[in-house]
Design a protein around this ligand. Structure first.
Ligand SMILES: [Zn+2]
Length: 570
């Protein structure tokens, strides 16, 4: 039995995420986790909310809440939505956990001992009225470029010019509105990624099987311009992991926290510790420590392309730099962006369909199928309501749903609600079994390779093959002349429903469960031998005709949703 450690990039805490976030990391990770479990392998699938940093503080302030309370509430909301989409995490943790705090401080201490952290003195805006240093986003003023009067310290939203807080005319604190600001010297810690450059380069070069999207982004950061730069790992903020060197205070770093990019990926490990604390398992180290049982683990990460630099360079710098036997990632699957109806999905601007809204209008499987079968792998892809309607109606309702409905209803009307006996599989059936065997093996190959779109196409082809068989065999005609032969055809058809439920579960787990229930079986074993799998339900085995599996999306519904989601959300 193989062992798979699977992580999805951590969704940030500041609000409900849109569908683009789902297809860029969590959903394909879930697909892979469900597939590996289906194959009988041991899986540890983890994800968590990424909770520290300025945007969390700002979102909490906007909501009029304490940041800790805000994060707790949003974590629960995101967990509920994840459940709604059937995301089968073994644990959904929080980067603000005590475990992550301790582990982050541990890594910082070890990296400092190895000479991989240096102190840098820099100037930063200090607000007397607020009694604190202000991150760039907490300072606004007039843009020196276009005159816009609420340009942020890092960028002008009006003319998009990148700014430094010192560039702003009449700068003020967005917390208190105070203009009593001064530039002061402050000390920060930097991770010496530049020292790791050659080691990282060799490591990336050894990953010939990684997607080009992943390696090309990593190479760009490694080699463009002056090459990989050291990176600040601390901030003057209240909300975060306090800067410590292991369990010791760090001289001159009082009141500072680690930068969110440093502590967030460490949560992948801490989350496994939270999993133990939650009583779901007893040994996290056999997943994460190569000296304690993790040497045979295959570790796969899923993420959007914006997260690739952190996962190919920064987090590996932490892991490799520590010199400790932590499990390093084996494969990084990255995705391009999903666009929405001619523009971008945007959380900050409230554009597109958000995850909670999606679940309010349609069951999760509709979204799962469309998103995965249109995953932005080789390039960006686009969500349009027309395409969504067409794909759902054709693939799910016409092909799969119709097959299930037709064969169960026919059997009920001409035989009984039990698998009919009599007859034998002939040439037509053997041809179908041979065809399905080829297709199932191809499907497995695409799933192993994390080729999401190709796997979806192959699964659809498997559904289509059953429909074409049914059309050609036409048991409703056969029945009139040769009821025994019709019985064998129907028996095959009913067994195909079980087979489809098993193969489709990674994509559409809810419909798959309904299909198994209707077939009166809990046998979800993977079809090692297709011929054998098509005899799993013997003659006389009872079933029920299921409710409609997938209702078609009407033109009226499509138009209504098009209108409803054309604007922006608050
Ligand atoms: Zn401007």
């Amino acid at each position: 039995m193989a062992r798979h450690l699977i992580t999805s990039a951590l969704p940030y805490i500041n609000g409900i995420k849109h569908l683009g976030n789902l297809v860029g990391s969590q959903l394909p990770a879930d697909l892979f986790a469900r597939y590996q479990r289906g194959r009988g392998n041991e899986v540890m699938f983890i994800c968590a909310t990424d909770e520290h940093g300025t945007p969390a503080e700002l979102a909490a302030a906007k909501a009029g809440q304490e940041v800790a309370a805000y994060c707790a509430e949003l974590h629960d909301k995101q967990a509920e939505i994840a459940k709604g989409f059937g995301l089968s995490f073994d644990h959904f943790g929080r980067s603000s956990s005590a475990q992550n705090k301790e582990l982050t401080q541990h890594f910082a201490g070890v990296l400092a001992d190895k000479g991989l952290i240096r102190e840098v003195s820099e100037n930063q805006m200090y607000s007397h009225a607020d009694g604190r240093y202000l991150p760039d986003r907490y300072i606004e003023g007039t843009c020196p470029n276009c005159g816009f009067d609420s340009a942020r310290g890092d960028q002008c939203d009006n003319c998009t010019k990148q700014l430094d807080p010192v560039d702003l005319i009449n700068p003020y604190s967005t917390i208190s509105g105070s203009t009593d600001l001064e530039m002061r010297a402050t000390k920060h810690l930097y991770l010496c990624q530049s020292q790791m450059k050659d080691q990282l380069n060799d490591w990336i070069d050894s990953k010939a099987d990684w997607p080009v999207l992943t390696t090309s982004i990593a190479k760009k950061w490694l080699n463009d311009g002056d090459g990989l730069q050291d990176r600040g790992i601390t901030r003057d903020l209240d909300w975060g992991v306090p800067v410590k060197r292991g369990d010791q205070d760090w001289d001159g770093m009082e009141g500072k926290v680690f930068y969110v990019w440093f502590d967030a990926p460490i949560e992948y490990i801490a989350c496994a510790q939270e999993w133990v604390e939650a009583g779901k398992g007893s040994d996290w180290e056999r997943w994460w420590r190569t000296d304690k049982g993790a040497e045979d683990v295959t570790y796969t990460q899923f993420m959007g392309k914006d997260n690739v630099p952190f996962h190919t360079l920064s987090f590996p710098s932490t892991i490799l730099g520590s010199g400790e036997p932590w499990k390093l990632v084996d494969y990084i699957k990255s995705f391009n962006y999903l666009n929405y109806d001619g523009g971008q999905f945007s959380t900050s601007r409230g554009r597109g369909v958000f995850q909670d809204q999606a679940l309010e209008i349609l069951p999760a499987d509709y979204w799962r199928w469309w998103l995965l079968s249109h995953a932005p792998e080789s390039s960006d892809s686009e969500f349009t309501w027309e395409n969504f309607q067409q794909s759902v109606n054709k693939d799910l309702a016409d092909v799969l749903g119709n097959f299930v409905s037709r064969i169960t209803k026919f059997c009920r009307s001409k035989f009984t609600e039990a698998v009919p006996e009599g007859g034998a599989f002939g040439e037509q059936e053997q041809a179908l079994i041979a065809d399905l065997t080829t297709k199932v093996r191809a499907y497995e190959g695409f799933m192993e390779d994390k080729e999401v779109r190709k796997a979806a196409q192959e699964l659809r082809a498997i559904w289509v093959a059953g429909n074409e068989y049914l059309q050609a065999a036409a048991p409703w005609s056969t029945f009139k002349t040769d009821p025994e032969q019709a019985a064998a055809q129907v028996r095959l058809g009913l067994n195909l429903i079980r087979l489809y439920a098993v193969l489709s579960a990674p994509f559409i787990p809810f419909a798959s469960a309904k299909m198994l229930t209707a077939m009166g079986t809990e046998d979800d074993s993977w079809p090692g031998d297709v011929a054998e799998a098509l005899n799993a339900l013997p003659a006389g085995h009872g079933f029920t005709v299921p409710e409609v599996l997938f209702a078609k999306i009407t033109d009226d519904q499509r138009e209504e949703w098009q209108g409803k989601f054309s604007g922006t959300r608050d």
